[in-house]
Design a binder for this molecule. Structure first.
Ligand SMILES: *Cc1c(COP(=O)(O)O)cnc(C)c1O
Length: 358
């Protein structure tokens, strides 16, 4: 027997999450990164930040609980006092540990499809049953189907991305409220795109044990520092705290986000610019009758085109990388996903799309 024979067969059968490794001159609009470095807009801000990093005690273990970041997040995003906040090394890590927390033998996870692929993957990894309820053709929620699945499977854990990825569509508040009311288990409202959206469940966290709202700073200019957070009732968050690795956050990232929250107007400006660009691109795409662009409340737009592979390859030849969704779910037939970039990057994509399809 070799050492490899001891590794789980289900893991060996998986393929690794694909991360594109691109030449420097490529425009990368495939994974919802912000095109703006948050601190390079002013040399003063950049200097303050680098000075702060230089003072950081990287020789000491971090103490996330005493870092002050939870309080800063609470203030910046109006998280109610009744809620407790957990920090994760990216919200991906929180998805992992929330799943682990609820993975009793025989327990079920529910999600809609298509949605964020990590939910299902974590269910498999931690031995949960998984139920995926298809969305409607227009990527809205099939509420009766979700409620029926809840009734049948009594899920311990439900993940809802609000707005949803990879579709950009935000379900309605009333639908999510109905799910929370119907669910005996925990409903995680994943607001990775919450700052680009018109609605949030953060003001409600702490009011009931079965609601957790998860957010990340990745999509608003900090994908490189890996910080996500989850807010929920103190009782549930205390249990989660027991299984999170004690030093999961790093000093440099903690210091960076605290600094960012003190200068939130810069980040907010960038969010407003991206939202304005999103609306501009959506309007442009909507004038081309051979395309179907879906209304988005995130920093990306999902579009179904006559030939997704052709568009993907044409953009790639022009050194632009987007996400080809076609093939990942039947509802995403001939769909692609465009991350909103700088105006000139968006124009480069629009020009190619117009040449092909207008
Ligand atoms: C990007 C994304 C995440 C992961 O964010 P990180 O904090 O970077 O790990 C989680 N959920 C959804 C829906 C996302 O799109």
């Amino acid at each position: 027997m070799s050492a490899l024979d001891f590794i789980r067969d289900d893991v060996k059968a998986m393929s690794a999450y694909y991360v594109a490794d691109l030449p420097k001159d490529f425009i990368k609009l495939d994974s919802m990164e912000s095109p703006y470095h948050p601190f390079t807009c002013s040399s003063e801000l950049l200097n303050q930040w680098t000075a702060l990093l230089a003072q950081t005690n990287i020789h000491l273990y971090p103490n996330p609980a005493a870092s002050g970041l939870q309080e800063a997040l609470r203030e910046a995003f109006e998280i109610p006092q009744a809620a407790a906040v957990a920090l994760g090394n990216g919200s991906d890590e929180l998805i992992q540990f929330i799943t682990l927390l609820l993975a009793k033998p025989g327990a079920t996870m529910l999600a809609v499809e298509p949605s964020f692929v990590m939910y299902k993957q974590n269910a498999a990894l931690f031995g949960m049953n998984y139920v995926g309820v298809p969305l409607n053709d227009d990527f809205t929620l099939d509420l009766p189907a979700v409620l029926a699945a809840m009734e049948t499977y009594n899920p311990a854990l439900t993940f809802i991305a609000y707005p949803n990825n990879p579709t950009g569509v935000r379900f309605t508040r009333e639908e999510i409220e109905a799910l929370i009311r119907a669910s005996k288990g925990i409903v995680v409202v994943d607001e990775a795109y919450g700052t680009f959206s018109d609605d949030s469940f953060l003001p409600q966290v702490g009011s009931t044990d079965n609601l957790v709202v998860m957010r990340t700073v990745s999509k608003i200019g900090f994908a490189g520092i890996r910080i996500g957070y989850a807010a929920g009732s103190a009782a549930v968050m205390n249990e989660l705290a027991k299984i999170l690795p004690p030093y999961n956050m790093n000093q440099l990232s903690l210091a960076t986000v605290k600094f960012a929250l003190q200068h939130f107007e810069v980040i907010h400006d960038n969010i407003l610019k991206l939202k304005a660009e999103r609306e501009r691109i959506f309007a442009e795409l909507s004038t081309i009758s051979r395309l179907k662009a879906f209304p988005s409340e995130a920093n990306f737009i999902t579009v179904c085109v006559p030939d997704a592979a052709e568009l993907f390859e044409t953009l790639k030849r022009n050194k632009i990388l987007i996400k080809k969704l076609h093939g990942s779910h039947p509802l995403l037939d001939q769909c692609i996903r465009l991350t909103i970039g700088l105006p000139e990057q968006n124009d480069a994509i629009l020009n190619i799309i117009r040449k092909l399809y207008a």
